[in-house]
Design a protein around this ligand. Sequence first.
Ligand SMILES: Nc1ncnc2c1ncn2[C@@H]1O[C@H](COP(=O)(O)OP(=O)(O)O)[C@@H](O)[C@H]1O
Ligand SMILES: [Mg+2]
Length: 284
Amino acid sequence: MNPNSEAIIEVDHLVRRFGDRAVLDQISFNVHRGETLVIMGGSGCGKSTLLRHMIGSMKPTTGSVKLFGEEITGMAEREIERVRLRFGMLFQSGALLASLTVGENVALPLFQHTKKSPDEIEQIVKQKLEIVGLTGFEDLKPDEISGGMKKRVGLARALALDPELLFSDEPTSGLDPIMTAVVDELTLNLTKGTHMTAVVVSHDMTSAFRIATRMIMLGHGSIVAQGTPDEIRNSSNPEVQQFIHGRADGPIPLNVSQEEHKDHQHVRPRPFLGARFRFHHKHP
Ligand SMILES: Nc1ncnc2c1ncn2[C@@H]1O[C@H](COP(=O)(O)OP(=O)(O)O)[C@@H](O)[C@H]1O
Ligand SMILES: [Mg+2]
């Protein structure tokens, strides 16, 4: 890590409790200009919660978050709004407004936060949709396009204000491998050769290794490991190896959160899964 490079995000001893459970417990790390940091970890381990603290939509129990050198944890909503103009956010769900067209969704931040004319905005919308490969889709509604296209529209909208920093929460979840590669390629194109910094939450390891310049693995409220993709790949930490190879057996505790409780597949023993798979395979 170049010690001279500017820290754009500084997370310092961040603690977040829900009730008496610390979902984030003394988390500290920096993100430097030009990096693509991937935050990984099992579902329910606190990745989205961490991201929400980094964009100022949640306040920590204790600890601090600085964006562009400014402490955001004590800021009033109006002040945070000003900082938000400098970064884009691609939410897990895509979060497109169903009543607006694709073009209107991308135009929204421009109407809300700039004084640009409708003609100028139309040009910018065209340009952002071109970046994500959706030229000509302006007039469709979100429910008329595929999941992969929705994510790309979300990305175009996140880029509308030319942010220097981009946050994305599981940008490839629910996408097939080809569409995942397309979205990864877009992220790479945006960050390579520019000074854009990206923080991407992902539990897709193929995708994570494709885009990351640095990785952080979260688990039981703490940072389990961090380093370059090579350092993570070669880590001797058994938790890291279990996670990146997707093994059921290993040191990672099967902590069934309330969220996962609904999804009983998480706790099904493996032989049963195997039997089910073979059954479905023979009789599709
Ligand atoms: N607003 C909230 N109130 C209470 N518990 C929450 C809230 N948000 C998240 N949690 C809990 O915090 C844990 C981490 O959630 P989350 O950050 O969404 O995990 P991830 O994104 O890694 O899947 C989960 O157990 C979740 O149920
Ligand atoms: Mg999440």
